[in-house]
Ligand binder design. Structure first.
Ligand code: PEP
Ligand code: MG
Length: 834
């Protein structure tokens, strides 16, 4: 078994694809080495060593020692240095590297191989005794902490004492002699603490460090991190042993980090920073102000420190070449770490760079335009959820703002409102039309009492930066042009699924159209009746004493419904619009408290007793499985007739006004049997014929059904004799297939998820094994009965990427989702097609 993989400039045993075996860091070091980048030579002990280590009670496979010795010899050869040599010593870094990044969770040892002899050689090579002894001091401290388990505070105390002796405040003010003495003090302390000498033998040091890194896989920090990030314990970590390079050996040394493109806006600019005469930690620690890489960045940031381009122009050019080489090779934006040691550049790390949603789109578009990747690759690498982040309004960058606090950036977009401190108050004020921000005590209760004093104060929170700003800052609408527009256009080229929206208000319809919806897949007509004055007419209809009374109320509803649908047809401008007949049980329109019932009686002009009686009559034990959906239209055909009339008169009105006449799609909800559909289709057809005659014009329309009951799926072949289209109502279909109430599941689903009973909330992402199986059956049976029958989905799943992929696979024609999910669905549909 090969337990150890070598790498060094120009060659490597491993490759980038071997992350499982070599860890992310090791795999990329191997890859960089093999494409000829200047990587300090080294070797990787595989994650399998770690697994074996834990399986075999913290012992190593027998071949390991020999393989490490060989690998070490290769590093000596490649670096021209010798481990433990008193004149030209090789020094090593020993670092962890799991498959998934676990920043800072496991242990690292640097400057390994230093002892009382090699330190002298390091002093000579660097021409700097202070540097050599400082490295030695840091090594003894780090090794004692990580490998020997000695408290850091012991060393901190000794360091303090050294500074007092010298009469200085800062570490860097200590001179070589102080540090040399300090190393002796450190070692004496080690002896006191563990009863043994600090190991001088470099080989002993190496095995100590390797063991410590493997052990750190099971430390508490790492365990917690793995739990939080769903990283399996069985993965193990690799250990990377690599020749040290020093960015802090003098003014011809430096260290830095960079992104090959700007990670916040995606611009094709080299973006990063560096520090002269410093180590990697110094850049991250933020004690010294880092310098820019390019002259352009220096100027745009108004920095008075010279850029790398100016300080080390040759190195800068080399780095630019490597930037190019890395992008050409990895075909993605990279996040790199580099070190310059005595005017020689080394690459220490590369990985795919994290970026904002905005940058992700820009980079994908640019790389496709540059020919680095194909259009389809550009589409495939964008998570559809990124699109969602771009659709929220953001703060106007030109607005003045007074930042009073900063939190963790937690969401895209921004929000402004009055500060309130209880959920009840938030709800109450929001109902009154006020904009509120609910402030909850979370991690830092101390900050909140200050805000309490300003209750009612308007604040703005920028979700992107985490800034809390005094007052209301103006926002700008999301940018739908640029990279976003291009990605959407490319998605449209590839996808075969159509994308529609669920919408019933003119605003939603307009929004949906702007986001590229190709029609409306679901108009929930009941939403139109809940509105303001409309509910009065609706109640009058429900409370009607007789047929004649009901007709009058229906007449009123007809006018309103016709106007609403006309507006939707006009906005959608010839695109298909699917209007669903009334769906919810009627009791939802009638209040149940005495006071409210009295109000309703007055408004509707009926006796209070009748309201009471109707409310009692409409009461159901299980309304979701009760008198709703098409069952309403079966018992009150006049409601169905009124709605059909409204739809057709609207179509005629739009046509007569010179607009594009839509293909009106009338959709019957909650159908279980063919008879239900037949009865209602006849009502709709009669009404259509009547309207066409009255209006003296013909229009096309279709009558179809929602498929939202298991019985409807199984009977799809029969239903298709009458239905001209199917629309899968996967909200109800999930509810009825699972026997899981969509309104109550929230109470226990989290526990189901935690226990692994369900992987995902089935109301969010379609249960493909269960509900999906029924959909497959229905598609197949429906299309067998009616060739080429149009089918879509209008449950919330229509906006979920995984569900969209499934819809594409089973051959649906379209998905319909809420307007803000339309762009997400367009991209997901393209990915499904690719
Ligand atoms: C459904 O059941 O999936 C559906 C779209 O209808 P509603 O959510 O209105 O019940
Ligand atoms: Mg439904």
């Amino acid at each position: 078994v090969q337990w150890v993989y070598n790498f060094g400039a120009g060659a490597a045993d491993g490759r980038a694809e071997m992350k499982n075996l070599l860890g992310g860091k090791g795999a990329n070091l191997a890859e960089m080495a093999s494409i000829g980048l200047p990587v300090p030579p080294g070797f990787t002990l595989t994650t399998e060593v770690c697994t074996r280590f834990y399986e075999d009670k913290c012992t190593y496979p027998t071949e390991l020692k020999g393989q490490v010795a060989k690998a070490l010899a290769r590093v000596e050869e490649r670096s021209g240095q010798k481990f433990g040599d008193a004149t030209n010593p090789l020094l090593l870094s020993v670092r962890s590297g799991a498959r998934a990044s676990m920043p800072g969770m496991m242990d690292t040892v640097l400057n390994l191989g230093l002892n009382d002899w090699t330190v002298a050689a390091l002093a000579k090579r660097s021409g700097d005794r202070r540097f050599a002894y400082d490295s030695y001091r840091r090594f003894v401290q780090m090794y004692s902490d990580v490998v020997l388990g000695i408290e850091l505070s012991h060393f901190e105390k000794l360091l303090e004492r050294a500074k007092q002796r010298r009469g200085v405040k800062q570490d860097h003010e200590l001179v070589a002699e102080d540090l040399e003495k300090l190393v002796m003090d450190y070692k004496a302390r080690v002896h006191v603490e563990i009863g043994m000498d600090f190991p001088e033998d470099p080989h002993e040091q190496l095995w100590g460090a390797v063991g410590a890194v493997f052990n750190s896989w099971m430390n508490q920090r790492a365990k917690t991190y793995r739990q939080l990030h769903d990283i399996p314990e069985s993965w193990g970590t690799a250990v990377n042993v690599q020749a040290m390079v020093f960015g802090n050996m003098g003014s011809d040394c430096a260290t830095g980090v960079a992104f090959t493109r700007n990670p916040s806006n995606g611009a094709n600019d080299f973006y990063g920073e560096f520090l002269v005469n410093a180590q990697g930690e110094d850049v991250v620690a933020g004690i010294r102000t880092p310098q820019e890489l390019t002259i352009k960045a220096r100027k745009s940031h108004g920095s008075d420190l010279p850029s790398l381009e100016e300080v080390m122009p040759n190195i800068f050019r080399e780095l630019c070449t490597m930037r190019q080489q890395l992008e050409t090779h990895y075909k993605d934006m990279q996040d790199i770490e580099f070190t310059i040691q005595q005017n020689k550049l080394y690459m220490l790390q590369t990985r795919t760079g994290k970026r904002t949603a905005h940058a992700a789109l820009q980079i994908a578009v640019d790389m496709a335009n540059e020919g680095l990747i194909s259009k389809s690759q550009a589409l495939m690498r964008l998570k559809p959820e990124l699109i969602d982040q771009l659709l929220h309004p953001t703060l106007d960058p030109k607005a003045k703002k007074q930042v009073i606090a900063k939190g963790l950036p937690a969401s895209p977009g921004a929000a402004a409102g009055k500060v309130v401190f209880s959920a009840d108050e938030a709800v109450r004020r929001a109902k009154d039309g006020e904009k509120v921000l609910l402030v909850r005590i979370e991690t830092s209760p101390d900050d909140i009492h200050g805000l309490h004093a300003a209750e009612g104060q308007i604040l703005t929170i920028d979700g992107v930066t985490g800034e809390v700003i005094l007052g209301e800052v103006p926002t700008v609408p999301p940018q739908l042009s640029g990279a976003f527009g291009i990605i959407m256009a490319w998605a449209d080229e590839y996808r075969t699924l159509q994308v529609r929206a669920n919408a019933e208000t003119p605003n939603d319809a307009r929004q949906a159209k702007e986001f590229g919806a190709q029609g409306i897949g679901l108009v929930r007509t009941e939403h139109m009746f809940f509105d303001g004055g409309r509910i009065i007419a609706m109640r009058r209809m429900i409370l009607a004493a007789d047929e004649a009374d009901r007709k009058v109320a229906l007449e009123e509803l007809l006018t309103m419904q016709r106007e609403d649908i006309t507006e939707l047809f006009r906005i959608m401008d010839g695109r298909p619009v699917t209007v669903r007949l009334l769906d919810p049980p009627l009791h939802e329109f009638i209040p149940h408290t005495e006071a409210e019932m009295a109000q309703v009686a007055k408004a509707a002009g009926v006796p209070l007793n009748r309201v009471r009686r109707r409310a009692a009559e409409l009461q159901e034990a299980n309304p979701m499985l009760g008198h709703r959906g098409c069952r309403l239209a079966i018992t009150y055909p006049e409601i169905c007739e009124m709605q059909a009339r409204a739809i057709f008169e609207a179509a005629a009105a739009v046509g007569k006004a010179g607009g594009a006449v839509p293909v009106a799609e009338v959709m019957v909800p909650l159908v279980a049997t063919l008879q239900e559909l037949s009865i209602l289709k006849e009502v709709v057809e009669k009404t259509a014929a009547a309207v066409q005659k009255e209006q003296g014009m013909n229009f096309t329309y279709r009558v179809g059904t929602m498929i939202e009951l298991p019985r409807a799926c199984l009977q799809a072949g029969k239903l298709a004799e009458q239905a001209e289209f199917f629309s899968f109502g996967t909200n109800d279909l999930t509810q009825t297939t699972y026997g899981l109430s969509r309104d109550d599941a929230g109470a226990f689903l989290p526990e189901y998820k935690a226990k692994g009973i369900v992987e995902q909330d089935p109301f969010v992402s379609l249960d493909q094994e269960g509900v999906g199986e029924l959909i497959k059956v229905a598609v197949e049976r429906g299309r067998t009965a009616r060739d080429g029958m149009k089918m879509g989905i209008c449950g919330e799943h229509g906006g979920d990427p995984a569900s969209i992929e499934f819809c594409n696979k089973v051959g649906l024609d379209y998905v319909s989702c809420s307007p803000f999910r339309v762009p997400v669905a367009r991209l997901a549909a393209a990915q499904a097609a690719l």
